[in-house]
Design a protein around this ligand. Sequence first.
Ligand code: C5P
Length: 209
Amino acid sequence: MKTIAIDGPAAAGKGTLSRRIADVYGFHHLDTGLTYRATAKALLDRGLPLDDEAVAADVARNLDLAGLDRSVLSAHAIGEAASKIAVMPSVRRALVEAQRAFAVREPGTVLDGRDIGTVVCPDAPVKLYVTASAEVRAKRRYDEILAGGGVADYETILEDIRRRDERDMGRVDSPLKPADDAHLLDTSEMSIEAAFSAARSFIDAALKQ
Ligand code: C5P
């Protein structure tokens, strides 16, 4: 199985890194955050509650991975809702099953999320854990929003990031944490270029074997 597992907290740069890696190696890419977001959006769109595990799991089981669109799913409210339903074990079971089916595609795959190296693909030959301080991540988000012509408040973003970290790291089922055999990439003081080249050397070394 040629799967590259990339985990880390919100806004650490894993998305950009994962897309580039998939591009360079010609692998399929799945941003697993979108599976949680799409499930949450389907509930919101249908006016269904976010706290009914059986309903949420039913929606998760019927999710079509082909229709995931980051531009539609990136809204802040959807991210918040996603991290709420992501604590539910039966929602996770349904989505993990779909993610594992994706992971075995040929010629190889890149999956990014929170629990890829620990739960979804524990046998992945390459695992990266991409992180950065909450302040650096908040500043990146803030700059991104401003660059896109939007309005943002740094302190509010920082608070959001801390709350999301707490929820993702503190949940009982599949908490966010590095796998024992993950390579750590702290991008607080590292450019995306430097992170990418470090990632490439780990991947090349692992895939050569
Ligand atoms: O990465 P993104 O912000 O799109 O993820 C949205 C939410 O989905 C996260 O805050 C997290 O709670 C959940 N998630 C997860 N496991 C994954 C990917 C995302 O629990 N593998």
